[in-house]
Ligand binder design. Sequence first.
Ligand code: 4G4
Length: 458
Amino acid sequence: MKFHVLTLFPEMICQGLGTGVIGRALNKNLIALHAVNIRDYTLEKHGKVDDYPYGGGAGMLIQAQPVYDAHRAVCGGRPVRTVYVTPQGRPFDQRLARELAREEELVLLCGHYEGIDERVLEEVVTDRVSIGDYILTGGELAAMVIIDAVARLVPGVLGNETSAQEESFDNDLLEYPQYTRPEVWRDKAVPQVLLSGDHNRIAGWRLEQSLQRTRSVRPQLYERYRQRQSLAKRLSREKRSNIHMMESLARGLGEILYENGDTAAVYLPESRICMACAADGAGGRAILDRMPREAELVVVHQEGLKQLLEETGFQALFSCRQFLYTQRKTLPVRHKDIRLLGMESFAYLCARYEMDGPEYVRERLTSGAVYGAFVEGELAGFIGTHREGSMGMLYVDEAYRRQGLAASLEAYLVNRTLERGFTPYVQVKPDNLPSLQLQEKLGFYQAGPLYWWMERHS
Ligand code: 4G4
């Protein structure tokens, strides 16, 4: 991923990001940083880039021309997402960091003085972003904060196999306190439970600490956590048919749109998917009333809700069966050479997985969501986790079929999913017999009736 920064202080950017984890990622060419001095593009002979604001007022503004020309020099004609860091922007958070991490290139524009002439902002800026409700003397520190948060999500940057996949500002809770040696420091002992070796008790203590911290420091986060827990509890009564909703919540991909008795809707803003179930027509309409305009896809498994959607501008794209793996134990994986795939496998995947298009393949690959099976060093097949959390994209090359490779791939992904504390589930088209058989063979349970993916037709 490449970051371009348009700034009056390029050395500040390079200095600030040149060390530590981000510095190492730069050296390893996992990310690139290109700081551009706006002043280099002024046409004014003394290098001036600022002037007085029309209408009067304190301070100066950066003029449109040098910013525009610097941006042109960086992007040429290419459409590159361009972030203006400003106190007047959309609040930056982990979700926006994940969204920006999906870009191949990003421009960050840093303001100074009182800001920048609005006309060039209208021309080049795609996103106005604020890192918090306070004023800085320049946009550089804000841009560096964003670059740091985004860069650490790029696969490989955090080192080893840690991938950005499904990392979330998790389950809305703050982290619990942690301790390292020595066991006693200045008469303060490490909490006894952490030395007990009893992993259940430790997990319970940590959760309790997280809850206390969150409740006292971030009451709103705590409320959201409580709401999610209560919906999860309700959904779990019908866990089998609502596993897709449960899992999107558990993985921090979805937020609750509506909850009332047996009517519930979860919305996944990053993939613009809504998952819903309704007790009756009134419930269905309550969901529709709250569904964001941007929602492109809706997943339902009730005939009534499907009809209601069809009356409101949606049509069924396809249907599928849902299977889940409720056992906690990992599965044996017969083929040993299965690993995370990166963009080097882009062409291979595009030629074999056409259903969701190359942009989707790129996004999944760069998110660290796709694994490949190798036979004698050659890529023979792959599997991935879809954006909403289900496993899929399973494919094995003709020449390598009937050797249990698909089973190995799926078993492998089941194990990785379990490791993350999630419940593996898949959605299978009803006519895909080999896949239906595979789910049975691996010990999956079919959950609920048919699921319909509904698409908005404009
Ligand atoms: C744009 C307009 C970002 C940029 C005015 C930038 C805080 C943030 C700046 C200014 C910033 C933030 C000089 C006020 C630079 N301050 N919260 N300062 N100012 O993200």
